[in-house]
Design a protein around this ligand. Structure first.
Ligand code: DAH
Length: 337
């Protein structure tokens, strides 16, 4: 029987228990002293082989130590349990609450609704047409016959069975006039597709706003008044518009519409190439052939039509410099609106 110094054993065990950092380690220490082959267990087992006089003294001391150490272990175990409990259960009710992140509408949707709201207030109806369109409505009905070079103005994605992805929203005007007689006021906002290389201002998928107002004596003056009013309401700033001659097969005369540059207020800056004007849309007086193709007599009716990019409008409103951001799905971008 090796000589065992119980006082030393007590000191050592106590120190190790104190140092134990977790329950697993504490159990190891328990095993080391009080397990089946633990140091203290061995002492207790050796008692019966001891001379009587020594046995009484060592026995008392060893049993006291056993009780003492068990208690220490229990205390330490309890402190671990309490620490985890504190961590999990403790709630500081005075802390400010976590803000819930609520989703919101995409900037294009917000602008689409705003545009619809403004035109509706001016008596326009919002109408829709198919994204997979046929050649008739996308081209022929709009006075762009097959083999006409003007078809080159739109790089088209062709589908099967005479269908294509509409290259503009103007076909909706033709569809509407076929079923509805003037006087009429409509706008349509929807997706368009063009087979072209993408860059900061071009996407193969984009949104276009098309508008049409037709009646007995609708003139360019009506167009100018309505579009100027629209821009003022949309940008919430006084603006002027001007028209330059242009060409579209479905309008005659056709024009390109510019608006006072919002960056410099018309004085001239780098955003407007020092002109003071921003190019906003294509427009014109509806071509007689388009009325004819829709079953209306061009001698009875006249009207204006216009088309502009919803993306462009959104980019100007929020000063976004790359159209691709609008289709990136990047939350860092979208969360700003
Ligand atoms: N659809 C034309 C385009 O995509 C834009 C346009 C021009 C629409 C004149 C119109 C219009 O309704 O009258 O380039």
């Amino acid at each position: 029987m090796p000589k065992i110094n119980l006082k030393l054993l007590k000191k050592q065990a106590q120190r190790e228990i104190n140092r134990a950092g977790d329950l697993k380690f504490l159990n190891e220490i328990f095993k080391k002293y009080l397990g089946k082959r633990g140091e203290l267990t061995l002492v207790l087992r050796s008692l019966e082989r001891m001379p009587k006089a020594k046995r009484a003294k060592v026995g008392k001391e060893a049993n006291e130590l056993k009780t003492f150490l068990r208690e220490k272990f229990e205390q330490k175990k309890f402190s671990f349990a309490k620490a985890t409990e504190d961590k999990e259960e403790w709630i500081d009710v005075t802390r400010p609450g976590k803000k819930l992140v609520v989703g919101h509408l995409h900037p294009l949707t917000q602008v689409k609704r705003k545009v619809e709201e403004i035109f509706q207030a001016m008596g326009f109806s919002v109408v829709e047409g198919p994204e997979a369109e046929n050649e008739w409505y996308n081209f022929d009905a709009l006075n762009i016959p097959k083999d006409h070079p003007a078809r080159d103005m739109w790089d088209t994605f062709y589908l099967k069975d005479g269908l294509l992805l509409r290259t503009h929203t103007t076909p909706v005007d033709a569809r509407y006039m076929e079923k509805n007689n003037p006087p009429l006021r409509i706008i349509t906002i929807g997706r368009c597709f063009r087979h072209e290389a993408t860059d900061a201002s071009h996407e193969s998928n984009f949104y276009q706003i098309d508008g049409l107002m037709a009646g007995k004596d609708i003139s360019v003056a009506n167009f100018k008044a309505i579009i100027q009013e629209f821009f003022q309401r949309f940008f919430e700033k006084p603006v002027e518009i001007r028209m330059r001659p242009s060409y579209f097969p479905f309008t005659e005369p056709s024009f390109e519409v510019d608006m006072t540059c919002l960056v410099c207020g018309g004085k001239g800056c780098s955003a407007c190439q020092q002109t003071g004007w921003m190019e906003m849309m294509g427009a014109g007086m509806m071509h007689p052939n388009v009325f004819k193709n829709s079953g209306l007599n061009p001698k009875n009716w006249q009207g204006f039509a216009f088309g502009m990019g919803l993306d462009r409008l959104t980019m100007m409103k929020y000063k976004i410099n790359d159209i691709r951001l609008l289709y990136s799905g990047d939350l860092r971008f979208l969360k700003q609106f």
